[in-house]
Write a new protein. Structure first.
Length: 175
């Protein structure tokens, strides 16, 4: 039996979403110099990642850690901006599974079995031409194994995550 619950944005905090391994940058300051975002080409990036989440459910505080592959799509750079999308994310650990993404790497919410988990974002060049602001608005499902069966949680309001980066994908250890 599955139990479904929705949480509001303030009930769950994604305290860190870090890159732990990746194949190397496809564009960035070290490769392309200043204003590097405009020189990015469309790409998909499988990134080994770890998420640390904490929150309160039914008055009880919790902290969860999960790891796995996050598949990110990025568009070509134009006017200092790259559109991005987490199109497939599965993180597992501590008796939980976290999924996000609609399953299609195209930058749009695609109709289908996982359309409610569309997670879009962008990378925008800062004025200094070296750094860029990156964000994702995460829609995800968290399944927690409990003695009474799986508890399935999902957010109705996007969980906003952001970081300052100097390459795509971000370097190891970047939140």
């Amino acid at each position: 039996m599955k139990t479904f619950r929705a949480w509001v944005g303030s009930a769950l905090v994604l305290s860190a979403f870090g890159t732990t391994a990746y194949a190397g940058p496809t564009c960035g300051f070290d490769l392309n110099g200043t204003n590097w975002v405009d020189q990015c080409t469309p790409a998909t990036h499988p990134i080994q990642s770890t998420a640390f989440m904490s929150g309160v459910l039914d008055g009880n505080s919790f902290t969860l850690t999960a790891s796995g592959i996050v598949n990110v799509w990025t568009s070509a750079g134009s006017v200092g901006r790259v559109q991005s999308e987490i199109y497939d994310m599965t993180l597992i650990g501590n008796g939980i599974t976290v999924i996000a993404g609609d399953g299609v790497a195209d930058g749009f919410q695609t109709a289908g079995a996982r359309s409610e988990f569309y997670t879009g974002g962008a990378v925008t060049q800062q004025v200094n031409g070296i750094l860029a602001d990156s964000y994702f608005d995460l829609f995800m499902e968290i399944t927690v194994q409990t003695p009474g069966g799986p508890l399935v949680l999902h957010n109705n309001v996007a969980q906003h995550t952001q970081a300052v980066i100097d390459q795509i994908p971000p370097a190891n250890g970047t939140n």
